[in-house]
Design a protein around this ligand. Structure first.
Ligand SMILES: [Zn+2]
Ligand SMILES: [Zn+2]
Length: 358
């Protein structure tokens, strides 16, 4: 059997290659990929603009698939059998370092082992990423069974929903009845909205741009109380007008320099601001008087260590049509177009996913 795979050969150059697919070792799982959503970090991985820069690399780390063959020991380790639908955490914790002995911080494990990010294709069995027909799971992976009936296009967003849980629970510590503004209506903003709803937070206001019309519609479907186009309305006036005062918390997902400063101005005194959008290396001026005199708590992080149990509960609940976040689909051959659209989204684009024949 053969598997097509996209290999990042060197910064800026990807090519499609064919790999032999052999039965997994006793401690491995062979996965038939079904859907791999395109992460905003994928174009940066291709450009060599992350701190890892591993080549050659079969990339793609937001994965849903079906167990095609399960090694004897792996079957015991994961409680998996052939045919099971699954999703994985990108990180494989070493289990021994100080970070891996914590509940929420094992994404800090170094050297980081992460599918589609740091596991090179020149090491056997090479297929360690989602932009390939098949991939292998090594021992110590964090594997989650997905119930039948859950669309793979929802299951592959497990890490994105896990992000939302992290921003809503660990960073802004939202509780029942906390008001929230979410800046940015991309997949991160929408995942934050879903996780915040699950925490009982509300009212929730989503802030976006004029071109985010499609995203606003989905946000309202997911239960946003209000949406504000910051190009036509000033959020510093509109948000307090809509919800009766400044919000208890703001999650800034866009990384736009102006939006980060706006979040500090918008939040209530002694409020919490989570800043998780990357600014692409830009230095961002902040109004420190707003920060100090209001007593704002700023927090930040990335990844989703420890968040999957909650993320999987949300995905399995089917309360939200999470798969609608992946609103532009591509066959594997069209990955270059998917990466281009992700870096420079066309009208109506929310998030792209590569889908495979089942
Ligand atoms: Zn990602
Ligand atoms: Zn570790």
């Amino acid at each position: 059997m053969k598997s097509k795979a996209w290999v990042l050969v060197e910064p800026g150059r990807i090519e499609q290659r064919e790999f032999d697919v052999r039965p997994p070792e006793p401690d491995q799982v062979l996965v038939r990929n079904l859907a791999t959503s395109v992460c905003a970090s994928d174009p940066k991985i291709v450009a060599g603009k992350t701190s890892f820069n591993v080549y050659p690399l079969v990339f793609g780390h937001e994965i849903a698939g079906r167990a095609a063959a399960v090694g004897r020991d792996a079957a015991r380790e994961y409680g998996l059998k052939e045919g099971d639908l699954l999703t994985i955490e990108p990180t494989i914790p070493c289990g021994r370092c100080r970070w891996c002995r914590t509940q929420y911080d094992y994404h800090k494990c170094r050297p980081l082992k992460a599918y589609g990010v740091t596991m090179p294709a020149d090491q056997h069995p090479a297929l360690f990423g989602g932009y390939a027909d098949y991939m292998y799971l090594l021992p110590g992976s964090l594997v989650y069974k997905v119930e039948e009936g859950v669309p793979p296009l929802a299951a592959c967003l497990s890490s994105v929903i896990g992000n939302g849980v992290r921003w809503a629970r660990n960073l802004t510590r939202l509780e029942y009845g906390d008001s929230l503004a979410v800046s940015g209506v991309g997949s991160q903003g929408l995942a934050t909205l879903i996780a915040a709803r699950e925490r009982g937070a509300g009212p929730i206001v989503m802030l976006g741009l004029t071109r985010d019309r499609h995203r606003f519609e989905l946000a309202l479907e997911f239960g946003a109380d209000h949406v504000i186009d910051v190009e036509t309305d000033n959020p510093l006036e509109a948000v307090p007008n809509l919800i009766g005062g400044p919000p208890d918390a703001v999650v800034e997902t866009s990384g736009a320099p102006g939006a980060i400063d706006m979040a500090l101005k918008l939040v209530r005194p002694l409020g919490r601001v989570a800043v998780i959008g990357l600014s692409g290396g830009k230095t961002v001026p902040l109004s420190f008087d707003d920060l100090v005199l209001k007593g704002v708590t700023i927090s930040s992080d990335h990844a989703q260590a420890g968040m999957y149990p909650d993320a999987m509960r949300i995905i399995h609940s089917r309360k939200y049509a999470i798969e609608k976040i992946n609103n532009v689909l591509y066959p594997l051959d069209d990955l270059p177009r998917a990466l281009k659209d992700t870096a420079d989204p066309p009208e109506g684009f929310i998030k792209g996913a590569v889908v495979f024949e089942p």
